[in-house]
Design a protein around this ligand. Structure first.
Ligand SMILES: [Zn+2]
Length: 952
């Protein structure tokens, strides 16, 4: 049967070639002839099918498709007793992901025992030194070799295919010996959907002659490119946020196996050479110093192997290691991460400045040789590495470690969905979670604002994560409010910014889970271990009684938005209570969602529908017998029970938009709401029938033009809700835009007006008045006006100069504090200070006729401040400080520049509205705090922010 498939394949290839030959000229040369060195040059068993047979071309000559790779693995697993394949996940498009276990037949039979021994070695609370020594003596080395997480970085997977064959088919002694002493887990194809997309574009853009021009479509592919997965996620940023099935399955298996090394084979720019570890600064301080040492040992061996073949390479340079969401999250768990970056050759090869053409096959060969060399280094050093590992594991739980007196606390919240999501991600990393059964008093805590509060009481029911536990370094890396960066790194960064506007930071400098998630948390410099029990999700109770007049769910919970959306999709009328209320003894925070029997007189199974939807979403629903709210509180017939309107959503997409932002927004619609929506080509916005939609999302990008804006303006005026992000917001606030929101740099001629309106907004929160003065009939000559007290307001030209200078220092992925308007519907379910991921975003300026539900800066009372103070265009009343930075690198100049600007605006235009996000609210599927604002905008926007229609 196998034989027949192969024959058929060759037959088809033959037919295809002969048809092609009739129409098109044969090329004058073939790229497969560029590199004559044989990749597979060992002695191999005849019983194992050579990969060339599965591929229909020589290994490394072209890009193997996901199907071809999977097929080869499946066939090999029936031919060899050195291999076992495990399907650890399925991609969104249904393709399998495999971990290929390769070892001696004895070890393969013994995998469960090996795994449990590795697990024992990782927990110094359950074994002692003597037991550890014995485990180390008997354990084989364990390597995890993973490739092509970016789908268009293809050479890794082809190199892996060659390596798998070599390891299972070789009859050479060194391979047989290696397998006696090592378990090699190959993850050849980490992103099959991305690779399939790129493989398709290779087919699509192929002409007759090989193309060596790295600018051609054959090499680049087209939007959204092959790098990402189905929802355009960069899977190599997802290793602790764990949002995608590929990562979830993979991390589970890696964490069960605790390999000694994890190789991650990538590609980089086509004109580059080859790079490997170890990284340069900034390096995350929670990485064990031993791993840096081992990194150098492996790099030295790899360098020698490259030298011998006359292959150029380098280490360090742009490879830093601050962000813990790369595959190198494993380094925080004691595994050495090794990065390969091979220059990208598509499959034809690339012409280089020196006139040579580097072939694809050579790039595959680089991945292959690196793989074998790293495995040899591991074989040589495995025992020593295990010893270091064991020392590290002992250190993590010792009372003398730097983590020993550190406890992370997530404060209680009604947002069960979000808290449970956090718990799931932490547990997936073997992090042990607890909750306190009663209040705990501690000497001091650090708040997310950076403030230290003394004599603090941690309320019962908090999530408690004492960091004296086996995964301490990882816990610190992902929960510490700030990653420490050395002063000399900061100096270099600042010099680079000033000299050339460039940065040495490769990724975001802020990433901690609780701020990304918008969950309130504190850090305690103590080891908390009393009054704790294992953390468990709070139980969901739904009493959905038939004779209730209202069923309602708590609006703080993120899934309440999906509850409303999924009911409306089934044409159920749904209301939202926009002010905290108490009904039949149940307290419902603002934003709670209510379904009224009397709104839905014709729906017979209403009660069942409510039950089904709340069960799907795992949220509690209360049944309310009376719509009477005591005293001032809302009653069901009053204006606080606001009728929602079913969202009919379109999202503009395609070329010109940022594919990450499109993808993550698309994913959020499918993941958080699961309701119908259309992604439409942006060009359709100018000629399609937009009346089908009442909500249109414009992701970040440069794809809209003046004409599109005109069409959208008409549509908004007639009642649409338009939502834009980042670069699209920049366009909509330019001179061709919609509405009156402006960008900072265009407002300096009227700064006083903006400050006037800002002060109005700030003072509207004040609660103190002098009643005697107020009731005095004689005109008071002592009235003070906020702007008159200001000393040293800045001129327009001074503001402009400052702005130019400050703009050099904009952050790239840091977290700043957003203060919210806690009466606005866009902030339902949001804490008073919302952490906002910030980079070089449009800085939004809103006058009082525009809502600014989120502004940058948290007001902190400080009675020592006796005078009002000026920050650029704005001013701050006496008695206050303003916190801007929360985490990551935010230069003081940047803090000043963005202080008091709007992160989110909402403006009524005609019968509709425009909602502008300065940033990308759904970044990496992990900024759940700002994601909630976005979900509110989409689901509640049509009902709450536009003129409601009565259909005759
Ligand atoms: Zn890559």
């Amino acid at each position: 049967m196998k034989y027949k498939i192969t024959t058929l394949f060759f037959f088809l290839t033959f037919i295809f070639n002969s048809v092609q030959a009739k129409d098109l000229m044969q090329p004058t040369s073939y790229s497969k002839d560029l590199y004559q060195v044989e990749i597979l040059d060992g002695n191999y068993s005849k019983n194992i099918t050579h990969p060339d047979k599965f591929l229909g071309f020589g290994i490394g000559e072209r890009v193997a498709s996901p199907w071809q790779i999977t097929n080869a693995l499946k066939q090999w697993s029936t031919q060899s007793d050195r291999i076992k394949i495990v399907e650890y996940a399925k991609s969104h498009e249904g393709r399998p992901l495999h971990a290929v276990f390769i070892s001696s037949p004895d070890n393969i039979d013994n995998l469960d025992k090996i795994k449990s021994d590795l697990s024992a070695l990782s927990d110094a609370r359950i074994i002692n030194d003597r037991q550890a020594r014995s485990l180390i003596e008997n354990l084989p080395a364990v390597a995890w070799m993973a490739y092509s997480i970016h789908g268009n970085e293809t050479s890794g997977a082809d190199g892996a295919l060659a390596a798998i064959y070599h390891l299972i088919a070789s009859t050479d002694n060194d391979v047989v010996n290696m397998l006696d002493n090592m378990v090699i887990i190959v993850d050849p194809l980490m992103n099959p959907d991305g690779r399939a997309r790129f493989a398709k574009s290779l087919e699509q853009y192929r002409g007759t002659a090989p193309n060596y021009d790295d600018q051609s479509l054959l090499h680049t592919g087209d939007w959204p490119y092959g790098r990402t997965n189905h929802y355009y996620f960069d899977l190599n940023r997802d290793w602790f946020y764990l949002t995608q099935p590929e990562t979830k399955g993979r991390v589970k298996l890696i964490n069960e196996w605790r390999p000694q090394i994890l190789v991650d084979g990538h590609e980089m720019g086509p004109q580059d050479t080859f790079m490997t570890g170890p990284p340069r600064e900034p390096i995350n301080k929670n990485i064990d110093i031993d791993l840096i040492k081992w990194g150098n040992v492996f790099a030295q061996d790899q360098g020698n192997a490259f030298d011998k073949r006359n292959w150029r390479f380098y280490t360090g340079e742009w490879h830093e290691d601050l962000y813990p969401g790369y595959s190198f999250y494993v380094q925080f768990r004691g595994t050495l991460g090794i990065l390969y970056e091979q220059s990208r050759m598509a499959e034809d090869g690339v012409r280089r400045p020196e006139g040579t053409i580097q072939s694809y096959k050579e790039s595959v060969h680089h991945q292959y040789i690196s793989t074998l060399v790293n495995l040899k280094s591991l074989l040589k050093n495995s025992k020593e590495m295990y010893k270091d590992y064991w020392d590290g594991r002992k250190y993590n739980i010792s009372k003398d470690s730097k983590y020993a007196n550190q406890t992370f606390v997530v404060l209680p919240t009604d947002n069960n969905t979000r808290l449970n999501t956090l718990a799931d991600k932490l547990k997936a990393q073997d992090i042990e979670l607890f909750q306190n059964t009663k209040d705990i008093k501690v000497d001091n805590v650090k708040l997310q604002s950076g403030q230290i509060v003394t004599n603090y009481t941690i309320p019962a029911g908090s999530m408690i994560i004492p960091n004296r536990q086996p995964e301490a370094p990882l816990i610190a890396a992902i929960l510490e409010f700030d990653a420490d960066i050395d002063t000399d790194v900061l100096v270099e960064e600042r010099q680079k910014s000033l000299k050339s506007g460039s940065s040495i930071m490769y990724d975001t400098t802020a990433f901690n889970f609780t701020m990304m998630y918008g969950l309130n948390a504190v850090t305690v410099d103590e080891h908390l271990d009393s009054s704790l029990e294992t953390w468990k999700p709070s139980s969901v109770s739904s009493e959905i009684t038939k004779d209730a007049v209202i069923w309602a769910t708590n609006g703080v919970d993120d899934n309440s938005v999906a509850f409303a959306a999924r009911l409306m999709e089934q044409n159920i009328e749904v209301r939202i209570i926009d002010k905290e209320s108490t009904l039949s003894g149940h307290t419902l925070p603002r934003g709670s969602v209510a379904v009224l029997q009397m709104d839905n007189p014709d729906v017979l199974n209403l009660q069942n529908l409510v039950k089904t939807v709340s069960d799907e979403l795992n949220i509690s629903v209360v049944s309310i017998e009376s719509g009477f709210g005591p005293e001032e509180l809302p009653d069901w017939g009053g204006r606080h029970f606001r009728l929602l309107e079913k969202p009919q959503i379109a999202m503009l997409s395609h070329e010109g938009f940022n594919s990450y932002d499109v993808g993550v927004s698309w994913w959020s619609l499918d993941h958080h709401l699961g309701i119908r929506h259309s992604m439409i080509n942006a060009s359709l916005a100018s000629y399609g029938d937009l009346r089908r939609y009442n909500t249109i999302i414009i992701p970040s990008g440069r794809a809209i033009d003046d004409y599109t804006v005109d069409t959208l303006l008409d549509w908004v005026s007639q009642g649409g809700t338009l939502i834009a992000h980042n670069r699209s917001t920049r366009f909509l606030t330019s001179e061709y835009g919609i509405g009156s929101v402006k960008q900072l740099q265009n407002t300096f001629d009227e700064s006083d007006k903006y400050n006037f309106d800002l002060l109005r907004e700030i003072y509207s929160q004040y609660e103190n008045i002098d009643k005697d003065k107020t009731n005095n009939n004689i005109v008071d000559f002592e009235v003070s006006y906020p702007w008159e007290e200001l000393d040293g307001t800045l001129s327009e030209s001074e503001l402009k100069s400052r702005d130019k200078w400050q703009s050099i220092f904009m952050p790239s992925g840091s977290i700043v504090a957003g203060r919210i308007d806690d009466e606005h519907w866009l902030t339902f379910g949001t804490p008073n200070t919302i952490p906002v991921l910030y980079s070089n975003l449009p800085i939004l300026m809103a006058r009082s006729y525009v809502d600014a539900p989120v502004r940058i800066g948290q007001m902190i009372p400080n009675n020592e401040i006796k005078e009002p103070r000026i920050i650029n265009w704005s001013s701050l009343p006496a008695g206050n400080d303003l916190n801007v930075r929360m985490s990551g690198l935010v230069w003081p100049e940047a803090s000043q520049r963005i202080a008091n600007s709007a992160y989110l605006t909402r403006e009524r235009i005609g019968d509709g509205q425009v909602i502008l996000f300065s940033g990308e609210p759904n970044f990496r599927g992990a900024t759940l705090g700002t994601n909630r604002l976005w979900l509110n905008a989409i689901v509640y926007g049509p009902g709450l922010g536009t003129r409601s229609r009565i259909n005759p």
